[in-house]
Write a protein that binds this ligand. Structure first.
Ligand SMILES: Cc1cc2nc3c(=O)[nH]c(=O)nc-3n(C[C@H](O)[C@H](O)[C@H](O)COP(=O)(O)OP(=O)(O)OC[C@H]3O[C@@H](n4cnc5c(N)ncnc54)[C@H](O)[C@@H]3O)c2cc1C
Length: 372
């Protein structure tokens, strides 16, 4: 049984909707047409002074999805396999009774208590439920406010994402343009603070973005919290599992959490089912789940976190140096050949192992703005 506090699944949305084609395939999902807004083949990354590198794979690298439609479609699939989904139902409290959990649910005009042998906490970045039972939660320093606009009449490539690194525009993170097709785009920004004001200012003043959006009009604006940290220390408690953003399972380099969060959540589902079937020792199945997902993903997540920390600490000179050197030193070709949108750890390890790209990193580190 799933409880969702809002009246409609997927709403309000906060996501940019960029999901790797390979990740969707690995999750065994075949997206319907009405969920897919566009396909993109790569990204152009801009430095503060306007230098850029193009990372294009010559194939459909990622889907741009309508996140509301995506969540609804997933919920529909779950419903058809027997999951009960209760909307307008907020979990206000969970209490452990040795053998079971009691969840307190607040509905529009009523309250109810539901008992359950297992609880999965998928509450997203807020981590209210985790904190209320004294469990590990995502720290505030890992959270960055973000804001996005959807616009029409945009003059940009229809199959390339653009990323703008510039500390005057988005300190600590970056600004993005994701084409939605038919000259529409999602333009957003995450930063340490004032994301909406910074985004408005970027649209008016950033030399490249300003050009892209000179004829554009805003259709809607929406905000959210991007995570840039590491996963929480433990994702299982006694008959209790935390998944998704609530567990901090995101790529710190981009804040993307749908694919990796989805993979870990699926694995959790499998092991929870096994733990329920076991006559005794159900907890060992949960422990196995924790071990398996960490073994498979922690290296990637850790390396992505380190790279984000480094990039987020560079001054504009450092960002210019890194992006300027990237093409000459083979960084772009390595990323093209070895890159994986979701598991970036392998390519990061490869780059660190290459003396030329390692040197480019060292050169850029001279321009650290704040200590790591
Ligand atoms: C601006 C922005 C852009 C992003 N772009 C991308 C992207 O392009 N690609 C990508 O992969 N990821 C992206 N992400 C990250 C992605 O949105 C998250 O990683 C993903 O949504 C996490 O899924 P989740 O199910 O863990 O949490 P959520 O999607 O946040 O879902 C949590 C749900 O729990 C409900 N809830 C919370 N508390 C309670 C309660 N007490 N009772 C009942 N219901 C409750 C909420 O209403 C919500 O529906 C982006 C995030 C932001 C902020």
């Amino acid at each position: 049984m799933i409880f969702e506090e809002h009246p409609a699944i997927g709403k309000p949305d906060h996501c940019a909707g960029l999901l790797s084609t390979s990740g969707i395939q690995e999750l065994g999902l075949k997206l319907p047409k009405d969920v897919i807004q566009n396909h993109v083949s790569g990204a152009r990354i801009f430095s503060p002074s306007g230098k850029s590198i193009l990372i294009e794979r010559g194939k459909r690298e990622a889907f741009v999805v309508d996140r509301i439609a995506f969540d609804r479609w997933l919920a529909d699939k779950a419903h058809h396999t027997g999951v009960q989904i209760k909307t307008s139902s907020q979990v206000t409290k969970i209490v452990n009774n040795e053998t079971e959990w009691i969840a307190h649910i607040k509905q529009k005009e009523s309250k109810e208590k539901i008992s359950s042998r297992r609880v999965v906490n998928a509450e997203g970045v807020r981590c209210y439920i985790s904190r209320s039972i004294g469990f590990y939660s995502v720290p505030r320093k890992s959270k960055m406010p973000a804001y996005q606009f959807e616009l029409k009449n945009v003059d940009a490539h229809e199959d390339l994402v653009e990323m703008y690194y510039d500390n005057r525009v988005a300190p600590g993170f970056f600004c993005w343009l994701i084409p939605l097709g038919e000259r529409r785009a999602r333009v957003g920004l995450a930063a340490r603070d004032y994301s909406k004001i910074r985004l408005k200012s970027a649209i008016s003043h950033h030399p490249i973005l300003k050009k892209r959006l000179r004829n554009a009009t805003v259709e809607r604006g929406f905000g959210g919290i991007v995570l840039v940290g590491k996963p929480i220390k433990k994702t299982i408690g006694s008959n209790f599992v935390v998944v998704g953003d609530a567990a901090g399972i995101v790529k710190a380099t981009t804040g993307g959490g749908v694919i990796l969060g989805g993979k870990v959540a699926r694995l959790a589902g499998k092991h929870i089912a096994q733990s329920l079937e076991a006559d005794s020792g159900g907890q060992t199945h949960l422990e196995k789940f924790e071990k398996i997902w960490r073994k498979s993903l922690m290296n990637d997540l850790r390396l992505m976190y380190l790279v984000q920390k480094l990039i987020g600490s560079l001054s504009n000179k450092g960002l210019d140096s890194l992006i300027g050197d990237a093409a000459d030193l083979g960084l772009v070709s390595t990323v093209k050949k070895e890159g994986d949108m979701d598991r970036q750890g392998r390519v990061i390890a490869k780059l660190l192992g290459n003396p030329k790209t390692f040197l480019a990193g060292l050169k850029a580190i001279r321009y650290l703005r704040i200590p790591l």
